[in-house]
Design a protein around this ligand. Structure first.
Ligand code: ZN
Length: 84
């Protein structure tokens, strides 16, 4: 089995395959798993969320506009992780 989610091949992807998981909101994780929402949009989720149930997938946030540099971390946490 080819290791399609490891090494150089993931670096060639957008942002080196890393970003914010739209479901668990973990920052700088590798987003390797594609999920389909009911409106047919595709989202990329992390390994932990690869088995997330449909409800969580529907509740996923749009992370494409969310900055995940360290200087934005505080604002991000306030907005999305304040309940933790
Ligand atoms: Zn996740």
């Amino acid at each position: 089995m080819a290791k399609s989610n490891r090494g150089r091949s993931v670096w060639k992807m957008e942002n080196r395959s890393r970003g914010i998981c739209p479901i668990c909101r973990a920052t700088r994780v590798k987003l390797l798993y594609t999920k389909n929402k009911s409106d047919r949009t595709q989202i990329k989720v992390c390994k932990k969320c690869s088995n997330a149930d449909a409800g969580k997938i529907e509740a996923a946030i749009d992370t494409s506009k969310v900055a995940y540099r360290r200087k934005h971390r505080r604002a991000f946490d306030l907005q999305y992780n304040s309940g933790k």
